[in-house]
Design a protein around this ligand. Structure first.
Ligand code: RNT
Ligand code: ZN
Length: 417
């Protein structure tokens, strides 16, 4: 697309929006300050770099074997940078513990220290990328069906130790980067079949979390993530949403909303204004469930748009951390990052461009026809012209121009792996 055409289209869009009280220049500034936390695990189908790595477990699955997955830390870093070069703005990187720089050493989960993340901290600094973190309870001989809620104290203590160490690492990351590292705790704990000890498992999980969070940290923030069920753990989930919502509300923790973790007719966006009355902040795991928590690449579907609209309408932009969480192994993985990240940005942009003040006034005045009419009109306003300018200003491909870039990286780099 020609630069002049992009600028002209923007001018027209600016006028259309201004007529409805929306300042597109201001929205562009807000977009510049909107940072995604890109998940490292789309690049290699959640394998990580442990020398002793086993198969992916914990009820999650990456399906497909599209060629070119990152096989080591250098390839993964190169892939992330390639993806970032095609996404406007500056973005964070969300690491799982199994993505440490283990240098060929067997490091068990209860032995991990910040030493294995020094090179990541350095990489983050060099590449203007702030880091977030996750403990890893899956893909390990001690994972089983129950980790932090295991009645076996030895196993429980092992995972408590792991998660504590992860908090230490996150704290070091946050300190080094001068910005809090957001650390997510998700454990897969559950039962495949009918079970009777639910009260026990949940009280053990609560107790383990209390032990993990006992020490206050200065440079990191905790978030906790529940879900409905995992593959092979269909009948019962210890860390359900009720469990974590109540825990986060009582203990002042950040609640993670993974858009793949609800019953199919549940609307994640509707949770924003409900839970933010009681929890300090939210972490998002933006994903796309197809029939189950399948972690398809994020797109601009109704569910995702609604989520971002709810955040903006709630005036809660600054109380949300915007993580992505999907892992599709059946598609070019760099392409998956770029499609999903740009889709999340477009959802945010559309939300920011909504003629909110006017609609809100109509609604409060009981002018129902005008309210509905303007919500509908808002959907068709030329938001894409604003996104194009955002890309242009950030020096990244406008529109579909990122496709050939990804294809040439595939030809030259990933297809040779
Ligand atoms: C699993 C959770 C969790 C994981 C990542 C890899 O259902 O969504 O967030 O996807 O930690
Ligand atoms: Zn998640």
């Amino acid at each position: 697309m020609k630069e002049t055409a992009i600028l002209q289209a923007y001018e027209i869009a600016r006028e259309r929006y201004a007529a409805l009280g929306v300042d597109t220049d201001k929205v562009l500034e807000q977009m510049q300050d909107f940072h995604l936390s890109m998940h490292c695990w789309q690049a290699d189908d959640v394998k990580g770099f442990e020398v002793q790595a086993g198969a992916l477990s914990g009820g999650i699955q990456s399906t497909g074997n599209y060629p070119g997955a990152a096989r080591n830390i250098d390839e993964l870093r190169a892939d992330i940078l390639k993806a970032k070069s095609l996404i406007p703005g500056t973005h964070r990187l969300n690491l799982h513990e199994i993505y440490g720089d283990f240098q060929g050493k067997v490091v068990d989960r209860d032995e991990v220290t910040v030493d294995y993340f020094k090179s990541w901290i350095e990489w983050g600094r060099e590449n203007n990328t702030l880091l977030d973190f996750n403990s890893t309870s899956f893909s390990h001989p001690k994972s089983g069906n129950l980790s932090l809620s295991n009645p076996d104290k030895g196993i429980r203590d092992f995972w408590i130790e792991h998660t504590r160490r992860c908090r230490d690492i996150a704290d070091e990351m946050g300190k080094a980067q001068g910005d809090p590292c957001i650390m997510n705790v998700w454990v897969h704990d559950g039962c495949k079949d009918v079970s009777v000890n639910h009260m026990l498992y949940r009280s053990l999980l609560k107790d383990s979390l209390d032990k993990i969070f006992a020490e206050d940290k200065k440079y990191m923030k905790d978030c906790i993530e529940g879900k409905v069920f995992g593959i092979g753990l269909e009948s019962f989930t210890v860390g359900s949403h009720d469990f974590y919502t109540a825990y986060a509300a009582q203990r002042g923790k950040i609640l993670t909303i993974d858009t793949g973790h609800y019953h199919p007719s549940e609307v994640p966006g509707d949770k924003v204004s409900a839970v933010l009355q009681f929890v300090p902040e939210l972490m998002l795991h933006v994903s796309r469930p197809i029939r189950w928590d399948s972690d398809h690449v994020t797109i601009m579907d109704d569910m995702t748009q609604d989520l971002f609209f709810e955040i903006v309408r709630a005036g809660a932009m600054d109380r949300v951390h915007y993580g992505l969480d999907y892992f599709d192994g059946s598609i070019n993985r760099i392409g998956a990052y770029v499609i999903g990240s740009r889709a999340a940005q477009k959802c945010m942009l559309k939300a920011l461009l909504e003629p909110r003040e006017l609609i809100s006034r109509y609604e409060i005045e009981g002018r129902t026809f005008e309210t509905l009419a303007l919500i509908e009109e808002g959907k068709a306003l030329p938001w894409n012209a604003v996104y194009d300018l955002f890309c242009l200003r950030n020096g990244v491909p406008v529109g579909d121009a990122f496709i050939p870039e990804i294809l040439s990286y595939e030809k030259e780099v990933t297809s040779r792996r």
